[in-house]
Design a binder for this molecule. Structure first.
Ligand SMILES: CC(C)(COP(=O)(O)OP(=O)(O)OC[C@H]1O[C@@H](n2cnc3c(N)ncnc32)[C@H](O)[C@@H]1OP(=O)(O)O)[C@@H](O)C(=O)NCCC(=O)NCCS
Length: 200
C-alpha cells in the first residue's frame, strides 16, 4: 500500500470511493439512482481544483482511499460557484420546493447543487482549511487512515494553514472515534459534528 499524490486519471476512483463510503461510512450505492451525484459534491471538485492537496492510498487492487483538502474554504467555495456548479445546475434541475418532503435522495443532492453549503464565517476565520477522508473497507483499520490524514495535515501546514475543520455525521461513530483518537476536537456542538485542529 502506498500513499501518493493525486493524478487526473484517479478521478473515477475518487467518485467510486465517495459513493461506496457515502452513507455515514457505509456503502451509499443503493441510496442513489445517479452514482455520480455524491462525487460531484464531495470528491470531484477537490481533484479538479485542489489537486496538490489530494492524496490517494493505492494497493495491488488499485486506488482504495483518499484524503482531499482545500486550503482556503471560502476561496474554494467561490471557485466552485464560478467554475463547478454552473455546469452541474444545467444537468441536474432544481427540485420542486413544494414537494420538499417527498424529495428522493438524488433530489436532495440536486438541491444542494443549486444551494451549496457555505461554511460559517467564524469557523473559517480560525480554521480556514477543510478535508474529507474515505477508505474502502479493504483498507480500513490498518493504519492507512492515520497515514493519509497525517500526509494531508503536513501539506496544509507546509502551505501555512492555521487550522483545518470538517463535518462528521452523528451516525458515523467509528469516524468520530478515529478523529478524536488522532487529536481532533469538537469545534461546536450539534447534530452534525464539526471537528478540527489548529496547525500553528
Ligand atoms: C474513518 C476512517 C478514515 C479511519 O481510517 P482507518 O484506516 O480505518 O483508521 P486507522 O487504522 O488509520 O486508525 C488510526 C488510529 O485510530 C484508531 N482508531 C480508529 N478507529 C477508532 C475508533 N472508532 N475509536 C478510537 N480509535 C480509533 C486506531 O486504533 C489507530 O490507533 P493508533 O494509530 O494509535 O494505533 C476509515 O475507517 C474510513 O474511511 N471509513 C469509511 C468512510 C468514513 O467514515 N469516512 C469519514 C467520513 S467523516
Amino acid at each position: 500500500m502506498i500513499i501518493r499524490g493525486y493524478r487526473p486519471a484517479d478521478l473515477p476512483d475518487l467518485y467510486r470511493i465517495c459513493l461506496q463510503t457515502g452513507d455515514s461510512g457505509e456503502d451509499a450505492t443503493p441510496l442513489y439512482r445517479d452514482p455520480d451525484l455524491l462525487g460531484h459534491m464531495f470528491a470531484g471538485p477537490y481533484g479538479r481544483f485542489e489537486p496538490s492537496l489530494a492524496f490517494v492510498a493505492e494497493d495491488q487492487a488499485g486506488v482504495g482511499g483518499y484524503c482531499l483538502g482545500a486550503l482556503d474554504t471560502r476561496a474554494f467555495e467561490q471557485c466552485l460557484e464560478a467554475e463547478w456548479w454552473p455546469g452541474l445546475r444545467l444537468r441536474y434541475p432544481e427540485p420542486d420546493p413544494a414537494a420538499r418532503d417527498r424529495w428522493t435522495p438524488d433530489e436532495q443532492l440536486a438541491y444542494q447543487i443549486h444551494h451549496p453549503w457555505r461554511a460559517d464565517g467564524d469557523l473559517v476565520a480560525g480554521f480556514p482549511s477543510h478535508l474529507h477522508i474515505d477508505l474502502l473497507p479493504r483498507l480500513q483499520g490498518g493504519g492507512h487512515g492515520r497515514r493519509l490524514i497525517e500526509r494531508q495535515l503536513a501539506a496544509l501546514a507546509e502551505r501555512r494553514s492555521p487550522g483545518v475543520h470538517f463535518h462528521v455525521s452523528a451516525g458515523n461513530r467509528r469516524a468520530l472515534g478515529f478523529y478524536r483518537h488522532l487529536g481532533f476536537t469538537e469545534l461546536r456542538p450539534g447534530e452534525h459534528h464539526v471537528l478540527g485542529m489548529r496547525l500553528r
